[in-house]
Design a binder for this molecule. Structure first.
Ligand SMILES: Cc1cc2nc3c(=O)[nH]c(=O)nc-3n(C[C@H](O)[C@H](O)[C@H](O)COP(=O)(O)O)c2cc1C
Length: 411
């Protein structure tokens, strides 16, 4: 089947497709980035470099699982690059030489204005196409760096201005989600000279506590610490921050490189529909390898073909306007659940959830192992359909509330 062209222009740079390794161990050296680019990634955001060389803990990861599913969320205690700055710059030079059409984004992190300016110069000279400023690592051992900087709009603006002095390349400011709103620091970044926003970095977390040793995970010689959470579990948080940026009058026109929990082409497309021009990925690559990009490329190509969409750009941000404030939602009707008795396996889970966590609207016949709707109790919350293991509950009859006008409803 014909493959669609997934190329996109982002900050004035042409990407063969929007998929990038996000800055992390997945793009830690020349060989790793080269393998990723050979697998089909449109570009890489190289692991954050700085004059500060990280001294890391061991072990440094933990994961959240639920009912046997691993990696629902992933916690890391890593800082920035462990290789020397010169080694990293050499890797960037080699990457740009051997992969001239792929996009190299250098992620940098300084400790003061001079460092930010110098780093911007160095990565520009090394051949980067674009810079990403890491204002967002939540587990730096120095509070002059990372998310402590990213939650201070004045510092964000000052350091962006330093980067602008050091380089003419387009640059992204990578934001922390560890604050109530992202509009203020994102706007400050633009005032300082940034061309776009990358969001999100990891969410501060304690992923679990070991119950015999009474220590948070991962255990580092008897202790643990708060650090960044990523993977599928953070996708809703990332989408919400991106949506907020795209709907605020101060930030709505800022180009966004979106990330946080992208595993599949559908995840990637959701970020695009919510306004991301490029997509970055780490955790799913750490779990499954670089080949996840193949699914992303073919999935989005097929979607575009099916919907007759010619360019990826046409999709960017087109779902933003369908997220509205709570007060603007239609509250005039109830949609009742419809139970497909042929598909029902009689497990009773819908009944239990409806009774214990809902409105006691499903009657349970324990002999026949069947449920039936008690319409007068049902509020149409659809908890039943969410817990059903065989998806036999769908949206059924629509009833309009008293004195509410009947109309077409899009479900
Ligand atoms: C182990 C690990 C190391 C990371 N290191 C960096 C880093 O050096 N610089 C940076 O900007 N983000 C770093 N991140 C954050 C990711 O680039 C990304 O923003 C975050 O993990 C969300 O995307 P994901 O859910 O696809 O992993 C790191 C993430 C992980 C899991």
């Amino acid at each position: 089947m014909l493959k669609r062209d997934l190329s996109i222009e982002f900050l004035g740079v042409k990407f063969e497709n929007p998929f990038l390794l996000s800055s992390s161990p997945v793009g830690n050296c020349y060989e790793m980035c080269a393998k990723a680019l050979d697998t089909g990634w449109g570009g890489v955001v190289f692991k954050t470099v700085g004059f500060f060389i990280a001294n890391e803990v061991s072990p440094r990861f933990a994961e959240l699982e639920k009912e046997g599913t691993r990696f629902i969320g992933f916690k890391n205690m890593e800082q920035i690059a462990e290789h020397s700055l010169e080694e990293n710059l050499e890797a960037m030079r080699k990457l740009k030489k051997n992969y001239p059409t792929k996009i190299l984004i250098a992620s940098i992190m300084g400790e003061n204005e001079k460092e930010w300016e110098d780093l911007a110069k160095l990565v520009t000279d090394a051949g980067a196409d674009m810079i990403e400023c890491n204002f967002s690592c939540p587990q730096m051992t120095s509070h002059a760096m990372g998310s402590d900087v990213g939650s201070n709009p004045e510092l964000v603006k000052k350091y962006c201005a330093a980067v602008r002095r050091g380089s003419k390349l387009p640059f992204l400011a990578k934001m922390t989600p560890n604050l109530g709103e992202m509009i203020t620091p994102a706007h400050a970044a633009m005032e300082g000279g940034a061309d776009g926003i990358a969001a999100i970095n990891t969410v501060k977390s304690i992923v679990g506590v070991e119950l015999n040793k009474l220590i948070g995970l991962p255990i580092v010689n008897g202790k643990s610490s708060v650090s960044g959470y990523s993977g599928k579990a953070v996708k809703p948080i990332a989408l919400r921050f991106i949506h907020d940026l795209k709907t605020n009058s101060k930030t709505k026109d800022i180009p966004i490189s979106g990330m946080g929990g992208v595993e599949t082409w559908q995840d990637a497309l959701e970020f695009i529909l919510m306004g991301s021009g490029t997509i970055q990925v780490t955790t799913s690559v750490m779990q499954y390898g670089y080949r996840v990009v193949e699914d992303m490329i073919s999935g989005i190509s097929h979607y575009m073909e099916e919907k007759n969409i010619r360019t990826l750009q046409e999709l960017v941000g087109i779902a933003v306007s369908n997220i509205v404030p709570a007060e603007d939602l239609d509250r005039t009707y109830i949609v009742y659940p419809k139970i497909d008795e042929d598909k029902c396996i009689g497990c009773g889970r819908c009944h239990i959830s409806c009774y214990d966590g809902g409105h006691q609207a499903l009657e349970w016949d324990s002999e026949e192992r069947k449920v039936s709707l008690i319409k007068e109790n049902c509020v149409g919350c659809h908890l039943c359909s969410l817990v059903c293991p065989v998806q036999c509950i769908s949206k059924g009859e629509i009833e309009f509330k008293k004195n509410c006008e009947k109309k077409e409803i899009l479900l």
